[in-house]
Design a protein around this ligand. Sequence first.
Ligand SMILES: Cc1ncc(COP(=O)(O)O)c(C=O)c1O
Length: 489
Amino acid sequence: MALSIELNRSAKRSIYRQIAEQIKTQISTGRLPAGSRLPTVRKLATDMGVTRLTIQSAYGELQADGWIESVVGRGTFVSERVQPQTLHSSIGHCLTSDGILSDMFEVNKVIGVRSMAIAEPDSDLFPLDEFWASLTRLRPKAAELFGYTPPQGDPDLRVEVTHLLRDMGIGTTPDDVVITSGVMHGLTLATQALTQPGDAVLIEEPTFIGYLNILRAQGLRPIPVPIHADGPDLEQLEQLMAHEKPALYYTIPNFHNPTGQVWSLAHRRKILALAERYNCPIVEDDIYGLVSFDGSPMPTLRSMDDGNRVLYLNGFSKALMPGLRIGYMVVPEQHKEDLLRLRRSNDLCGSGLNQRALAHFLRDGGLKRHLRRIIPVYRQRRNSAMNALTRYMPSAVTWARPKGGYSIWLTLPRYFPPGELYRMALQQGFVFTAGEAYEMDQDEEFEYLRLCFGNQTEEGIWAGVRLLSEIVRREMVEGGRRNGESLRA
Ligand SMILES: Cc1ncc(COP(=O)(O)O)c(C=O)c1O
């Protein structure tokens, strides 16, 4: 079958990756259905004027990821495991924070769909061998590590975490650190420790959708505060703290999820001053703090707090590997016993083996080496996403350049009923995070979406952004015609 592939020979991006990504797009959009035969390596190389090695590399990558299969003596085919069509019936129907989170996990590992929906690092960049070496070194202690671990966390890991925190400007002792099963678990415990059902909780609008789920599960009342480029709207924050008497304020000051923004120093000072004046605990989520592309991030609220008012959370899901399921909290003395009691009644304790292996890895400098290796890669991916958006998106669509983390927040004129763009993209084998997941007040004028670039190669980002832009452009023009408006798009 004839493939239509356009190469940009002057781009820095490798030719084989451009070919692989365009074949993926044709598969995910259904132009190359499961079972389609691909041209032979020799034919495609001749047609495209590239070497056979280039085509072999592209096919090799597609095969390794399960998109195509080679059958000896018969040829190369689109894999029968490619299944974007079967997905359409089961996902895209429940546009709540939990519904869309559930979609994200369902779609993420499906072969044949390009997902830019989850803010996650790329598994191809995980330091697997180094981490495995840490595990292997623990073999003599395996019996001990397969027993229960202290609920507060492995002592060696708590020591290593205090060293990491010291490098981030947070002075603390292992005694103040509680290890959790991921930051989500820490947020669940911290919120429960600080609230009673029915309490008001201040959140940023938009905020991490997992936190909306925690609030719902614990019967708490979310009170949104709007955010600007440099932080929450301070006037509204003050009014809400004064009138709603919130039990806590949940904030993500570094590389905010989903907007990618960073709170200014002036905002941080004011947030702490307001928390002090209105006696409002702060839950600071710094999970993206180490994924910083343009220099050091701002000092954390915890490092600027002299009133023991900030409960600080971080973890290893974004800077290392989410499957470790390890996070940590720096806990003000007055909350420590409550948190440990909740931890014991919740999951008792974490996995000793994982925690001790991570302690080894950190002590050996594994995280620092890993960050030195991955930050330039993710910076390049961020740059590619910015360039692709500028190149392909209609001018009416806007976004901000994230200085860290994995998310880009797009604002579009509202030409689509809620969920329509999400479902349309899904039918084209492409997934992003629909703005509806953030459960913000319905906006008549704008709609929002989040694009995550961490788990895609640069070529994948270009292909994904291009596909989404084509859908947006087409629908904006159609929508404009339907509405009888003239468009600048
Ligand atoms: C802001 C924020 N906090 C917490 C989490 C959950 O982290 P973990 O995987 O460590 O539970 C996420 C995951 O996306 C996040 O974006």
